[in-house]
Design a binder for this molecule. Structure first.
Ligand SMILES: Cc1cc2nc3c(=O)[nH]c(=O)nc-3n(C[C@H](O)[C@H](O)[C@H](O)COP(=O)(O)OP(=O)(O)OC[C@H]3O[C@@H](n4cnc5c(N)ncnc54)[C@H](O)[C@@H]3O)c2cc1C
Length: 499
């Protein structure tokens, strides 16, 4: 019989020597990749007057200090120079803003919660930032079908909280849920920790409304599960990172909140063993698995050095988080305990804890989900989000460590193992274009050789744009460019990004 234990998270568990705090200063986006400003008009007083007549006074932000949080990206890597943020409250206002910008050749940077990590939401030069933060109403919930209709600026966590009262949940969950918006999630086709169970947003978004660059409103607000009428236009906007239109509303399929959630935090001797534990989980836990995450030892060390948390089970080279969601606590607990025992017997894992306590689960998830928000404490962190076939999944971390040697301060990996999605992080003392090119040219070449993806869930944005042709054929690139020309002939929407 298994004993369920849970050690208190304590820094005494692992003795590391804390590193020196390093700093990270945002670079001007335009200098980062040395791009040239496009032939756009520079905003003048007459333009601002127009926007003032269209929107309420406090919908415009012009003050330099107030603009800062919109001009700098979440990771504090990039800084834009936008002189104006516009916050429309209705789709009609959004439409008039874009129509005016299109007619006057004013470039626009759509922005949601500004948690994107590849520079898509940061202006590169002086693009007007059009924020959806005030388009934040829930419009309708059908409690029986679970279809939620809401505006694009609703913060993901607020939607989770709203649905909680109806015993429902969003199909998507991610570490940035307190700030990211459903419109931003849609536009990046965000993945997150429960994609393994509920699938991606192309499947869960039933309908949406978006505004094209010329201000035309495209209504694809379907709330049906099945609708094969004409081309499926909503998919053009899902994952197009604000380059083809601004999403203003979505209809999303929500799911019943599970009655029983169990979590296992497991330590393995190496990645091969962890992979065996994952395979066993699929066989033994089947339909109740809702998340499968991995973290390496260096990630835990990073968290220990920069936060007050560490592993609850001590020191192991690789850690797995396996979550189950079901409807019968006793059944799910029994299944997870038996699974854990099997993995221990076969030496796939060396130690672990199993818990159904919400507060303990939250602590474990905190270890995994709070990594990104602490990056800035580790110098300059190059954050990569790749997909790889599982057989090669972790080798790339070892390979990059060897390749970089003394050039890097730390190389670590964690991610959504269940989806073959690895976040590989490389911290260096200071940003330089030379080190960036040295890392990226090798990493992306290897990912491509291994039939992986250079962006599993974060998108291309500004930072990965130059590598897109490496992984897409000329025919694919041409089709994307043609689509962009049709949807946004003047190229005002999120210029310098994606294509
Ligand atoms: C701590 C942390 C954890 C994260 N975890 C995950 C994760 O697990 N999975 C994952 O996929 N991502 C993750 N991310 C990345 C990020 O949170 C997602 O990409 C998220 O979907 C971005 O939403 P946002 O509202 O912040 O969008 P923003 O960052 O504001 O914008 C992202 C892109 O979408 C465009 N955009 C935003 N809103 C709209 C709109 N309404 N219409 C058209 N275009 C728009 C922007 O121009 C930009 O190109 C994480 C980020 C952080 C900081």
């Amino acid at each position: 019989m298994l004993v369920k234990t849970f050690s208190v998270f304590s820094k005494n568990f692992i003795k590391y020597v804390p590193v020196r705090r390093l700093s990270s200063v945002p670079t001007f986006a335009k200098d980062y990749l040395q791009v040239k400003r496009g032939p756009y008009k520079t905003l003048d007083e007459q333009d601002v007057r127009f926007f003032r007549t269209l929107l309420e006074e406090n919908s415009l932000i012009e003050d330099r200090c107030d603009l800062e949080k919109y001009n700098v990206d979440f990771l504090k890597h990039l800084r834009g120079c936008s002189p104006l943020v516009l916050r429309p409250r209705t789709v009609e206002q959004m439409s008039k803003i874009l129509s005016y910008c299109n007619n006057n050749l004013l470039a626009v940077c759509p922005q949601g919660g500004n948690t994107g990590v590849c520079g898509g939401a940061t202006p590169v030069f002086d693009e007007i930032i059009v924020s959806t933060e005030w388009l934040n109403s829930v419009i309708h919930l059908d409690e029986t079908s679970g279809v939620l209709v809401c505006e694009a600026g609703c913060v993901l966590e607020n939607l989770h909280n709203y649905l909680n009262d109806y015993d429902l949940m969003m199909p998507i969950d991610l570490g940035a849920k307190g700030s990211c918006q459903i419109g931003g999630n849609t536009s990046t086709n965000a993945g997150g920790i429960r994609l393994y169970r509920y699938g991606n947003l192309h499947g869960n978004i039933l309908g949406l409304e978006a505004v094209k660059a010329d201000g035309e409103i495209i209504d694809c607000m379907n709330t049906l599960k099945k609708d094969n009428t004409g081309f499926h236009l909503k998919h053009i906007f899902i994952g197009s990172e604000g380059c083809l239109g601004i999403v203003t509303k979505v209809a999303i399929q929500c799911h019943p909140k599970p009655k029983s959630i169990q979590l296992a935090f497991l330590g393995a001797q190496n990645f091969t063993k962890a992979l065996k534990a994952f395979k066993t989980a699929k066989q033994e836990l089947g339909e109740i698995i809702s998340a499968v995450e991995v973290m390496d030892h260096e990630t835990i060390k990073f968290m220990w050095e920069h936060t007050d948390t560490t592993s609850p089970i001590g020191d192991y080279p690789i850690y797995l988080i396996i979550e189950t969601s079901g409807s019968n606590e006793e059944h799910d607990q029994d299944k997870l305990n038996k699974y854990f025992q099997k993995c221990m017997d076969k030496h796939f894992v060396l130690n672990g804890v199993v818990t159904s306590s919400p507060s303990k689960s939250e602590q474990i998830w905190g270890l995994r989900e709070r990594v990104a928000e602490n990056f800035y404490k580790d110098g300059y962190v190059f954050a990569y989000d790749i997909s790889l076939p599982l057989e090669n999944y972790y080798d790339i971390v070892t390979e990059m460590k060897e390749y970089l040697g003394e050039k890097s301060h730390r190389v670590f990996g964690f991610g959504h193992l269940g989806d073959g999605n690895l976040h590989i992080q490389i911290s260096v003392q200071k940003f330089s274009t030379d080190i960036m090119n040295y890392i990226e040219q090798h990493l992306y070449k290897r990912v491509n050789e291994l039939n992986g993806s250079i962006s599993a869930e974060h998108g291309i944005g500004f930072l990965k744009k130059q590598y897109l042709p490496l992984v897409k054929s000329e025919a694919n690139m041409n089709l994307m460019r043609s689509l962009k020309r049709v949807m946004d002939p003047n190229g005002i929407l999120n210029p310098y990004k994606v294509v």
